[in-house]
Structure formats: structure tokens, C-alpha cells
Design a binder for this molecule. Structure first.
Ligand SMILES: Cc1cc2nc3c(=O)[nH]c(=O)nc-3n(C[C@H](O)[C@H](O)[C@H](O)COP(=O)(O)O)c2cc1C
Length: 325
């Protein structure tokens, strides 16, 4: 596979690169910048629990669901394990403006697993069938699940999951090539992604460790219909555009350090507007700093200063000191 268009359910996308869901990161400002610089097929929201969504009276004010007028297609990622709640949540997000809907079946966090959601669904095929079925019955939008793989574990769920995904009528499958117990130091299990590509007649999106043209080509070698980029997209909203250009044999000039500083500041200002709070925006900015400072020689010092910063004026001053050509 290579860069191409992508058909998911009844929707067509001009490109097959996607920005992954990243809790704590993937809110509207991040997605809007990714769209502005890269125009991926779509970006995902942070994971949103069905319970939280159903108990919220003002859906549009949710940090998780708020959309920026300047963003492209959005896949809303839900988590849960109750088919009735999922059905209701799917109806709401379909009305609210989702372009696709995904169910999280990969989250390794104990709080999520203990509720029977996230990656614990991988060993509960009958529940998974009910959940996918509930999504399909309640929306006209493309629906998917995002899973982890067996990897180096003794769990044996691949064949069963492939059967359930196919029988329940999911429109596509996203596969993160690690077991839920595996950390990011464990390299992506490409052979496990390839298993799903070969076992299914629906598009499979491969995910794990794509950060440059070499890793993207490795992912495409699984035969996946598209690739999803996670961590590498943070602080580099132009990355997907760069990958598209380089795959086409074109040269791509990435933003220089002062331009990256401007993008970082735009990101933080957008967070301030969304969260309606300087304090919370700055707390988020501290987490984002190391990603925007990837290529900065004084990165450690910059991050240390950011961690002490409490006001937007100070943040702007630190940026003008460090994001220099
Ligand atoms: C900080 C962080 C938050 C994440 N949040 C989610 C999430 O909400 N939902 C989800 O399905 N995956 C989540 N993931 C997993 C990513 O979507 C992706 O599967 C993983 O990072 C592997 O892709 P990568 O190697 O390109 O980063 C998260 C990962 C990180 C590092």
C-alpha cells in the first residue's frame, strides 16, 4: 500500500493518513492545527466515556466534543461496555456533528478495564459483537473499533475478534500493533496487523510507531488500507503533509524553530479560548512543550522554565527566548 484515497463505509477520503486519538491532547485546538498544516483523512477526539456523555446536558460545551470551525473531519471515540448506553451515545454524537465513530477497545488503563471497557473487550467477543451492532443500528456514519493485538502475550483473541468485527458489520478496523500490557519501548508487531489485513474484507488501518517515511513504508508493507499516526503528530502538525509529500518524491520544508514557536503559541491561545482558563491552558502547554521543542538545542532548559511558568505573558516571553533560528 501507499498514499491513496480511502473509502470507509459510505464516506470517501482523499488520503489514507489519520491522526490518532490521544487523551489529554486531541481536543479541538490540536485537531484544527493538524488540519491546517496537514489535512489528514480525519483526526480523532480524545476518548469519551458514554456515561460522561449521557450525563452531560450541554454536549457542545464539552471539552471533548467541542469543534473548531477551522477543522476537518472528526472521528469521535467512545468508550463503554453497555450496548444501550453506547446506542444512545452514538445517536447523540451523530446528531452533534461526528463524521465517524470509533469504540475504544485498546485502552490499558486499570480504571477503564475494571469497568469491562477498553482492552478488556478483546476477550469478551459476545459483548463486543453487541456493542458494534448497537453502533451500526444507531448511526448512518462509518463505525470502527480500535484494538490492541496479541503481541508477545499468551492471549489468543485475533481470530475471534476478526470474526466478530466482520459479523457485526464494522465499517473498518484500527489496529495498534501492541498488546495492552506492552509499553511503547516494545516495537510494533507488524505481523499482527497483517493478520487482520488478510483476515478481513473491510479496510484495516495500521497504527504504531509511524514517525517518518521509513516507518510509514514499513506500516504500508502490512497491506493496511491506511496508517494512523499518534505521538509523532504532537508538536508537528505538519507531519502528515510531510509524509504525503515525501511519499510522492517531493521535498518538504518543515517549519523552522521560530515558526514552530508560533504554532505552539497558537495552540496554547486556542486552548485558553476552549478551556476558558489561562491556568488550565498553561498546564496543558507544559505537557506539550517537549513535543514542540523536539529540535531545540536548549530543550531541557526550556521545558524546566515552562514547568515554572504560570502566566501567558511569561510563556510568550520564554518562547521568544528559545524558539530562535
Ligand atoms: C498520551 C496518549 C494518549 C492516548 N490516548 C488514547 C485514546 O484516548 N484512545 C486511544 O484509542 N488510544 C490512545 N492512545 C494510543 C494512540 O492512539 C496510539 O494507538 C499509540 O500511541 C500508538 O501510536 P504511535 O506509536 O503512533 O504513537 C494514546 C497514546 C498516548 C501516548
Amino acid at each position: 500500500m501507499t498514499i491513496s484515497s480511502l473509502k470507509l463505509g459510505k464516506k470517501n477520503f482523499p488520503v489514507n493518513l489519520i491522526q490518532a486519538p490521544l487523551a489529554g491532547v486531541s481536543c479541538a485546538p490540536f485537531r484544527a492545527l493538524t488540519w491546517q498544516y496537514s489535512q489528514p483523512a480525519f483526526s480523532c477526539t480524545e476518548m469519551l466515556s458514554c456515561k460522561t456523555l449521557l450525563h452531560q446536558s450541554k454536549v457542545s460545551q464539552s471539552r471533548y466534543l467541542a469543534k473548531d470551525p477551522a477543522e476537518g473531519p472528526v472521528c469521535v471515540q467512545l468508550s463503554g461496555n453497555n450496548p444501550l448506553e453506547l446506542a444512545e451515545a452514538v445517536k447523540r454524537v451523530s446528531q452533534y456533528g461526528a463524521d465517524l465513530i470509533d469504540l475504544n477497545c485498546g485502552c490499558p488503563v486499570p480504571k477503564i478495564r475494571s469497568k469491562g471497557a477498553g482492552s478488556s473487550l478483546l476477550i469478551d467477543p459476545s459483548r463486543l459483537y453487541q456493542l458494534i451492532h448497537a453502533m451500526k443500528q444507531n448511526t448512518h456514519l462509518p463505525v470502527s473499533i480500535k484494538i490492541r493485538v496479541e503481541g508477545g502475550s499468551q492471549d489468543r483473541f485475533h481470530e475471534e475478534i476478526a470474526r466478530v468485527v466482520s459479523d457485526a458489520g464494522a465499517d473498518f478496523l484500527v489496529v495498534h500493533g501492541r498488546h495492552w500490557t506492552e509499553h511503547y519501548e516494545t516495537p510494533c508487531h507488524y505481523d499482527d496487523i497483517q493478520f487482520f489485513v488478510e483476515a478481513l474484507n473491510i479496510p484495516v488501518i495500521g497504527n504504531g510507531d509511524v514517525a517518518c517515511i521509513i516507518s510509514l513504508k514499513r506500516m504500508f508493507a502490512t497491506g493496511c488500507a491506511g496508517a494512523m499516526i499518534g505521538r509523532a503528530g504532537v508538536g508537528q502538525p505538519w507531519l502528515i503533509a510531510q509524509l504525503r509529500a515525501e511519499m510522492a518524491g517531493d521535498t518538504f520544508t518543515a517549519p523552522d524553530l521560530p515558526e514552530i514557536g508560533d504554532i505552539f503559541l497558537t495552540h496554547v491561545r486556542k486552548l485558553m479560548l476552549l478551556l476558558n482558563s489561562e491556568k488550565f491552558a498553561i498546564l496543558q502547554a507544559r505537557k506539550l512543550a517537549k513535543y514542540y521543542a523536539r529540535t531545540m538545542s536548549g530543550k531541557a532548559e526550556f521545558c524546566a522554565k515552562m514547568n515554572e511558568c504560570e502566566q501567558m505573558d511569561k510563556l510568550t516571553e520564554i518562547c521568544s527566548e528559545y524558539f530562535i533560528g
